[in-house]
Design a protein around this ligand. Sequence first.
Ligand code: SAH
Ligand code: SF4
Ligand code: F3S
Length: 475
Amino acid sequence: MQNKDKRYIDEKELEFQKRIVKRIKEINDTEYNRTKKKRLCYIVTYGCQLNNADSEVLNGILEEMGYENTEDKNEAVLIMFNTCCVRENAELKLYGNIGALKALKKKRPDLIIAVCGCMMQQKHAVETIKQKYRHVDLIFGTHNIYMFPQLLEKVLNKRKTLISILDTEGTIADNMPVVRKEKHKAWITIMYGCNNFCSYCIVPYVRGRERSRRPEDIISEIKAFAVDSYKEVTLLGQNVNSYGKDFDVPYDFADLLYEINKIDGIERIRFMTSHPKDISDKLIYAMRDCEKICEHLHLPFQAGSDRILKAMNRKYTKEEYLKKIDKIRLEMPDISLTTDIIVGFPGETKEDFEETLDIVRKVRFDQAYTFIFSKRKGTPAYKMEDDTTEKEKHEFFDELIEVQNEISKEINDTYLGKTVEVLVDGVSKTNPDRMTGRTRTGKIVNFEGEGIQTGDLVNVKITEIFSWSLNGELV
Ligand code: SAH
Ligand code: SF4
Ligand code: F3S
């Protein structure tokens, strides 16, 4: 199958980058032989799973260049920030962290500091770094990650700040090396970009238009995961429900799910994120019928008031959202539902907010990720008149969290005494005597399990309930 727009990166270009990777590896090997010190890199990733997936690619390239990861920036020869700009606090965190590196760079001028990712697709952010954070060596964006070897080589040779941001948004770079942190669960990007332009959101401006990867590439990648004993895959995209709309033959997300469901060895399939307007009956039936698709759906509704939904350009009403939920629950009564909610959108009143609470109470989500509206330069909502006070916004936010926490706890309570299947993630960070893992519905379960290993699928009887996790015993 071919994409209509043939936006895949030319093989020759990728070969060119690979040759540079080899050259840098030779330099690093020589340095290692001379100093007997490992070439260490420190990578910080902000933002969503898609950014994490990009960092796994960057890590893959770095590993092929002979770098190893470190958790200690003081011993790194390369420090890299993969940035997010979805809300202001993500940006502030970055500025704080690169500011704090000034002293280290002064002490070790050879240290290379690179900044990449979504935030760098905004001209004003690049300008700020250029002017205020002159110790940064390399800046690049989301559309030219595949050029990282070439950019790094230039910096290594010239030792001059290099900025490379592409506006072209049409690139899909497949077959890049990837280092995955986990060996039993894999996250795989199936499409890039977003066409929805929700009025508050910066993502379409920094990630470009929707581009779906070819199904055969995705399938063969997942088959390789299965051979490597991976048990779970999470398919990623800003709006996976519109997967395939850019193909010249009819092929959609449900078709892809049916194919992945057939892959032996893969036991669990997850995906995110879904846009309510694009959840089709076909997709709901695929979820119901494919036994490997987990009983969990993340379906952001953002706001309950039709007036606010319209101003947000979400393209559905409260009633339409609730109808979709009814249909989903009719076909899959045990499904766990999670959502994203924004409070304090410009002009949101108490009455508008009550509509949000009404959805929360009616749907009874397992969990909600709640955000206070953050003004993003370049988006339509940036210029919208806003007479809702900060105090009101915080009051809405606190009330929402209180209502949701109670519901989350009540849903968790229903697990008491039940036996659930858990995919083991490893030893619990908070209690090293226990193992931790997740149910198909996404709940964290901790339990004592001698001889149990990461990646095992085990049955656990739930004995104790907390707000954010469950305790249980192996059965
Ligand atoms: N593509 C996904 C989510 C992308 S961003 C989707 O459409 O669901 C993740 C979440 O961040 C969004 O769902 C939204 O709730 C929140 N968000 C995005 N822009 C925001 C802004 N300007 N202020 C506050 N929250 C925002
Ligand atoms: Fe942003 Fe809306 Fe696209 Fe999600 S669907 S990434 S919220 S524009
Ligand atoms: Fe942030 Fe970019 Fe993801 S803006 S939320 S890292 S797509």
